[in-house]
Design a protein around this ligand. Structure first.
Ligand code: ADP
Ligand code: MG
Length: 286
């Protein structure tokens, strides 16, 4: 039978904007050993701003940006939103012949018979594009038109203001902190250093995020692992963890469904509150 006190805990959590889908998850929160985080939308705001645009001299900048905007208007990724905000004009979406979203890589489209690739280094390498790699810190979005490198856009995202405080508190609770991201090594290392995380893994494809979690389980036998994500490209990881948590303010329906706990706001610190409520509730039950 389920101890009554756990219902009290679930109620207290819900009053704090934390939806816990069952008393077993509240119980599981009491003895977590490792917290694994997605980057975009979880540790960071997930609100990107374009901070640098470099279009190759061989191309007309307006032409390239028009094409990029048309293609990105078919994507729901936070990167697409920020590029369209920077572009600031209406796009003529009727120009597009074909559009494909390639999770973990970027997008591929055909506009007026021209092929356009927009995404990370992996997307460029996969398509054998000869491109100029940049070490600038930020999420770098490379562009290729008809398989010719056309330039890059650098987008920066801010850490959530409570991310550092959350990690500091998790450490005090004896929890190790690890970040998984599809984004590049430079930005991942910067975030790892700033937040003083124990470890990070960068350049991961959505399915590689699940594989990393499996590896963490096999390296840490009998350890309890929680995962927090925003649901964009990480619903399978949310589903696999002992406790899968989704940041609900941005989260997709499939991620909310896959998760055991939903944080109804953008505040990551709710995670610490949930763990504290679970420990407190357990004390009362015993
Ligand atoms: P994260 O782990 O940071 O949440 P995602 O798996 O959501 O990363 O995305 C991984 C990478 O794929 C992004 O960092 C970006 O380089 C590329 N990408 C995804 N969607 C787009 C898009 N619409 N336009 C350009 N690049 C994209
Ligand atoms: Mg994500």
């Amino acid at each position: 039978s389920i101890p009554l006190g756990f219902f009290g805990g679930i109620g207290a959590a819900s009053a704090n904007g934390i939806l816990i889908k069952g008393s077993n998850y509240l119980e599981a929160l009491t003895d977590i050993d490792i917290a694994v985080f997605d980057k975009t939308g979880t540790l960071t705001e997930g609100v990107f701003e374009v901070c640098d645009v470099k279009i190759d001299d061989c191309f007309d900048k307006d032409f390239v940006l028009d094409y990029v905007a048309v293609a990105e208007s078919y994507s729901n990724h936070p990167i697409a939103t920020s590029i369209l905000k920077y572009y600031g004009k209406k796009t003529d979406t009727s120009l597009i012949d074909n559009f494909e979203e390639i999770p973990g890589y970027g997008i591929k489209a055909s506009i007026q018979g021209n092929k356009i690739l927009i995404g990370n280094e992996k997307l460029m390498k996969e398509n054998n594009i000869c491109f100029e790699s940049t070490t600038k810190i930020g999420t770098v979005v490379y562009i290729a038109i008809n398989d010719i490198y056309a330039g890059y856009i650098i987008i920066s995202d801010k850490l959530k203001e409570d991310s550092k405080k959350t990690i500091d508190n998790l450490k005090l609770l004896g929890i190790k902190n690890i970040m998984l991201t599809g984004d590049n090594e430079n930005i991942a290392k910067y975030i790892c250093d700033t937040l003083e995380l124990d470890k990070f893994y960068a350049n991961l494809l959505p399915h590689e995020k699940v594989e990393k979690l499996e590896q963490l389980y096999s390296k840490n036998l009998n350890k309890k692992i929680l995962f927090v994500g925003d649901g964009i490209n990480d619903a399978p990881v949310i589903a696999r963890a002992d406790v899968g948590i989704c940041m609900g303010a941005l989260g997709s329906d499939s991620a909310i469904e896959a998760s055991d706990i939903v944080i109804m706001t953008n505040s990551l610190y709710k995670l610490v509150e949930a763990i504290k409520i679970s420990k407190f509730t357990k004390k009362i039950v015993i």
